[in-house]
Design a protein around this ligand. Structure first.
Ligand code: ATP
Ligand code: MG
Length: 359
């Protein structure tokens, strides 16, 4: 990449609740790196989406936002969207729609602790499995109801997510090797293939075979150990020995569940980042929701959002800039300038300033 001439454009979609409070700190951290030429020139384009916008405009994801996201930006940061507990006519989640429109086939969520006990990332297939939403309700001969759902696992989608998992394992290993002091529990890169092929031998069987094929598809991947892990015992081990796990790749439904579980390993939703990605585009998205209970009080933890922005630029190839952000955030987490969710008294703004100083 030509750092001198290129301008990177990022779509900014705060959406709902604390999304409005945690996006500006992420933007300022990126701007700081840009002003020091660690990143190119940046432009941020505010875009509408979310439940609050739906209530004003009658649509959760306007066409204009989709157009800009598809054609005019190099990446995007999404805040958080509130999910109404009851069904609201005409409303559907803009984040799910954006993943579809942009074919963001992977959801990548790293969790780590500064003491080095946890350093894992879940790589979740994001386009199929039970979430193709082919459900039907039927009536049996005795008049009782039966509900069925179709689960789709394709070789292509599974191999694609597998290859990405191996690429990520290699990248993480490279970063660990380059650090003089590395707190990670991993000495060699590994990919854990999460499935239930002993019971679902056709669908999970295909997923399992496809991950194996992905492992063999590139000579470079032979450096990475592939480990098979049934999903139920994975959950048990994840809570008891989280230090075992490096990169965990899973079909959509298992991935959804284990990545939320993994977030519980690290203390607060306020520190867990994610990106929704394909090979050329990433949309950052902190894992937490809109947190209506604390919205508007300037106490939301901006770290999930800042780390998500770092993941996004890392995915784009700016790994040094990203590493700088991770280090700064870890330093802040070791101190006492943290928000109430981590037991501190700092405000959102205090944490932003602390991260900028640590940078
Ligand atoms: P939504 O419907 O938008 O998901 P929610 O009520 O489920 O809203 P979450 O955002 O999922 O709320 O948060 C669950 C809990 O974690 C809430 O008590 C919230 O205050 C807390 N929380 C979430 N994100 C943060 C954050 N960034 N900083 C501090 N606390 C947070
Ligand atoms: Mg929630």
């Amino acid at each position: 990449r030509n750092l001198a001439t290129k301008t990177l454009r990022f779509g900014m979609l705060p959406a709902d609740g604390i999304g409005h409070e945690v996006l500006p700190p992420a933007q300022r951290v990126l701007e700081e790196l840009s002003s020091r030429k660690t990143l190119p020139k940046l432009e941020f384009i505010p875009l509408n989406a979310g439940f609050e916008y739906f209530r004003r405009a009658g649509v959760a994801l306007p066409d204009e936002t989709i157009e800009v996201m598809k054609n005019d930006v190099d990446g995007a940061i999404f805040g958080s969207v509130s999910s109404p507990s009851h069904k609201v006519t005409g409303y559907s989640s803009p984040i799910v729609a954006l993943r579809k429109h942009l074919d963001l086939y992977a959801n990548i969520r790293p969790v780590s602790t500064v003491d080095g006990k946890v350093d894992m990332v879940t790589v979740r297939e994001n386009t199929e499995c039970l979430y193709i939403k082919k459900e039907e309700l039927d009536t049996l001969g005795d008049g009782s109801k039966v509900a069925r759902a179709t689960r789709q696992i394709t070789q292509n989608a599974s191999e694609r997510i597998g290859k990405l998992a191996f690429e990520i394992a290699l990248k993480r290993d490279k970063v660990r090797q380059s650090q003089s002091q590395c707190s990670s529990p991993h000495t060699e890169p590994s990919v854990w293939s999460i499935h239930k092929s002993n019971v679902l031998s056709v669908t999970d069987g295909l997923f399992r075979e496809s991950i194996k094929a992905a492992h063999k598809s590139d000579e470079r991947f032979s450096k990475v150990k592939l480990v098979e892990q049934l999903v139920d015992s994975f959950v048990y081990r994840m809570f008891r020995e989280p230090q075992l796990f490096d990169v965990c790749v899973a079909p959509n439904l298992y991935g959804d569940i284990i990545s939320d579980g993994a977030a519980a390993l690290v203390g607060s939703l306020g520190v867990v980042p994610s990106i929704n990605a394909n090979d050329t585009f990433a949309m950052a998205e902190p894992v937490h929701g809109s947190a209506p209970d604390i919205a508007g009080k300037n106490i939301a933890n901006p770290i999930a959002s800042i780390r998500s922005a770092a993941l996004m630029i890392e995915h784009m190839g700016y790994s040094e800039a990203a590493a700088g952000i991770y280090r700064a955030v870890d330093e802040v987490l070791k101190g006492d300038k943290v928000t109430p969710d981590l037991g501190g008294k700092a405000t959102t703004t205090d944490v932003e300033e602390a991260v900028l100083r640590a940078l």
